[in-house]
Design a binder for this molecule. Structure first.
Ligand code: NAD
Length: 257
C-alpha cells in the first residue's frame, strides 16, 4: 500500500482505527474521517507517533450529511490528488429493541448513517476512481447483513442494504478498474460491541461477552487487527479479481443456525 491514498470513515476508533494502523504500517497515505473530533485528534497523534513520516489528513465529518461527505472527498483530492482506496466503515448499532417497540428516531438515524452514509461516500468517490481507471472499495456490512439478529431490525436492514449496494457498485463500475467488496464482521471487540454487551447485561457486561464468545465456533471474539489485515488486502492492487462479495470474518458464526 506504499503511497496509496486511502480514505477511512469512522477512522478514530474500533475497526476503522485498526485498519488505519495496518495501512500506516504499509506506508499508505491516510485520510481519517470521523464525527468525534477529540477521538480523531487522538487517533492521528497516536498513528504519527508510531509511524514516523506518516501522512495523515483528519477531517471531522458526519457521513450521514451529504455536504460533509462531499467536503471530505474534496479535501482529500485537494491534498493528495487522487483516491486509491475507500474503507466505507462508519456505522452505528442503534438500540436493542423488538421490531414493534423500536424508537422511530433511532431507526431513522441507523438508516441515515449505515445506509445513506455509505451511499453518499460511493456517490462522491466513484466518479474520481472512474476517472483514474482504478479503485478499491470496502463497505462494511455485518453478520447482520447475512442473517437476522434479534432486536436489531434497522441495523440488519441497513447492513443487508450495504451488501446489496456492494453488488451493484461492482456490476456498474468493474469496467473502470474499480473492485468493490463488503466485509461482514461477527463480534469483534471494539467500543461498539463493548457497548452492546452493556445493553444486554448492564450489571455484568463481561458475562454477556463471555456468553456470546462461547457460542462462536472458535469460542472467542475477533481481533480488530485481523479485520484490518483483510481490509488492507481487499484495498490493495494484490486484489485483482475479487469483487461484489460480502466476505464474512466471524470465526464461522454466519454458518450456524
Ligand atoms: P465503533 O463504535 O467502535 O467505531 C465507529 C467509529 O465510527 C467511531 O469512531 C465513531 O465516532 C464513528 N462514527 C459513527 N457514526 C459516524 C458518522 N455518522 N459519521 C462519522 N463517523 C461516525 O464501531 P466498530 O465496531 O469499529 O464498527 C465499525 C463498523 O463495523 C460499523 O459499520 C459497524 O456496524 C461494523 N461492524 C462492527 C462489528 C464489530 O463486531 N465490531 C461487527 C459487524 C459490523
Amino acid at each position: 500500500m506504499k503511497n496509496k491514498v486511502v480514505i477511512i470513515t469512522g477512522g478514530a476508533m474500533g475497526l476503522g482505527y485498526a485498519a488505519a494502523d495496518v495501512l500506516a504500517s504499509q506506508k499508505a497515505k491516510l485520510v481519517l474521517v470521523d464525527y468525534n473530533a477529540d477521538a480523531l485528534a487522538e487517533a492521528e497523534e497516536k498513528l504519527k507517533k508510531t509511524y514516523e513520516g506518516l501522512e495523515v489528513l483528519s477531517v471531522t465529518a458526519d457521513v450521514s450529511k451529504e455536504d460533509q461527505v462531499k467536503a471530505y472527498v474534496d479535501q482529500t483530492v485537494d491534498k493528495f490528488g487522487r483516491i486509491d482506496g475507500f474503507y466505507n466503515n462508519a456505522g452505528i448499532e442503534g438500540r436493542q429493541a423488538s421490531m414493534i417497540d423500536y424508537d422511530m428516531d433511532v431507526f431513522k438515524k441507523v438508516i441515515d448513517i449505515n445506509l445513506m452514509g455509505v451511499y453518499y461516500g460511493l456517490r462522491y468517490i466513484l466518479p474520481i476512481m472512474k476517472e483514474q481507471g482504478y479503485g478499491r472499495i470496502v463497505n462494511v456490512a455485518s453478520v447482520g447483513g447475512i442473517r437476522g439478529v434479534l432486536n436489531q431490525s434497522p441495523y440488519v436492514a441497513s447492513k443487508h442494504a450495504v451488501s446489496g449496494m456492494t453488488k451493484n457498485a461492482a456490476l456498474e463500475y468493474g469496467q473502470y478498474g474499480i473492485l468493490t467488496n463488503a466485509i461482514a464482521p461477527g463480534a469483534i471487540l471494539t467500543p461498539m460491541v463493548a457497548e452492546a454487551f452493556k445493553q444486554v447485561n448492564p450489571e455484568d457486561p463481561k458475562a454477556a461477552e463471555k456468553e456470546y464468545a462461547s457460542r462462536n465456533p472458535t469460542r472467542s471474539l475477533g481481533d480488530p487487527q485481523d479485520v484490518g489485515k483483510l481490509v488492507a488486502y481487499l484495498l490493495s492492487a494484490d486484489n485483482g479479481y475479487v469483487s461484489g462479495q460480502t466476505i464474512a470474518i466471524d470465526g464461522g458464526e454466519s454458518n450456524m443456525y
